[in-house]
Design a protein around this ligand. Sequence first.
Ligand SMILES: Nc1nc2c(ncn2[C@@H]2O[C@H](COP(=O)(O)OP(=O)(O)OP(=O)(O)O)[C@@H](O)[C@H]2O)c(=O)[nH]1
Ligand SMILES: [Mg+2]
Length: 431
Amino acid sequence: VHSPFDLIVAPITAPGGAVGIIRVSGDRAWNVASKACLKWPKKPQSHRAFFTDYVNGDDGLVTLFESGKSYTGEESVELSTHGSPAAIRTLVDEILKNGARMARPGEFTERAFLNGRLDLTQAEAVNDTVRAATERQLSSANSGRNGELKESLLVAEDKLAKVLAAIEASVDFSEEIGDVDVPMALQNLEASAQIFRSWVDKAERGRLIREGIRIAIVGPPNAGKSSLLNRLLGVQRSIVTNIEGTTRDYVEEQIEMGGLLCVLIDTAGLRDTEDEVESIGIQRARAQAASADLIWYVFDATGELPKPLPDVDPEKVWWIANKSDLVQSRSYENVFYISTYTAEGIESLIQELGKSTQDISGAIPNARHRAHLEQGLEAIELAIAGFRMEHPSDLVVTHIRAALYDIGQITGSTATEDLLTRIFSDFCIGK
Ligand SMILES: Nc1nc2c(ncn2[C@@H]2O[C@H](COP(=O)(O)OP(=O)(O)OP(=O)(O)O)[C@@H](O)[C@H]2O)c(=O)[nH]1
Ligand SMILES: [Mg+2]
């Protein structure tokens, strides 16, 4: 078993770039790194970079970090080199030879957590930041890294702890909960429940930003569904013809629209058909519509407004009249008029998509947080009910402790080694 503080090394940049950076972290990091360098300052200083020649013949900038003031919280060094696999490998080998071991995926961030540089929500947000594919994902990851979720849960924790302390002080004298300052306790419990509630709500509504949004493009044949997909992608991905029933199997592509990660699914036109292949395609189209977050129901603007889809939440459906270039009037209400030929209305469609999540900003809890937030909220609500119904104090205490445990699971203060392994092994090497 390695002590959490032995010396570790790993490249922290993705392979294939012009420059690569190697991080060394742990006891004696400066000393070990210096052995890979032909030039080393007489008086090395933290947060200063200097240029050196490495023993592998390459050269680059070295940056030093003293313990307590580095990413991991430990003494560490970042060595930059050319980005070739050979340059990086020979430099890493040199460090390994001098007593370091290879870092596991996520181990730098795990150490930052173990050394108290960040809590678990911030550590997870580091991974979110590295993987962010859209502006909105990046901005919510940044808020998470800045401790928005953590700070807020610490406030709830404080309120719960206050109530717990008051109850524990009172049971010494009596079994009755009535001894406690009940209005104070209820106020604190309600306030922490409110904090939990708002994060559960944020997790729910922020899911589209965090995980992306699945949009099924459905509608009658020849409406221009495939043309819309192609227009949005900017490439001729789906086959377009004036023959009804061109698209059979669905076509799925990922793009960023309105700051959101979107999965667009072009599907077979809905109609009654004898054709076996086409009817399988239509079944698939319906299944895609059922599981999508949003349905774009495309129809021909020169024709009638189609009937709503059965078994589909109408809230999820946006009606889109395509081929607006062929009609003069815009007579249907609550319908987007677009033309894949002239691009009319395409921009406002995308803008509308951004608007649907516009009011959501800041950190967004992930699925793991959400499970504990829901569980914790339930516990607090039971504690409140217990107070109101004058349940025995030890029962109320159990509920409050349960909520505190959930906070600890989210922030990591009660995290087991198992949980940490699970979380950090999902990180990339070097993070
Ligand atoms: N005038 C006009 N024609 C369009 C427009 N968009 C698509 N079309 C034409 O409409 C026909 C059908 O387009 P598709 O994109 O294949 O329609 P679809 O909805 O995917 O059809 P299926 O795959 O058969 O369900 C083609 O001839 C397109 O060129 C538009 O904005 N204006
Ligand atoms: Mg099609």
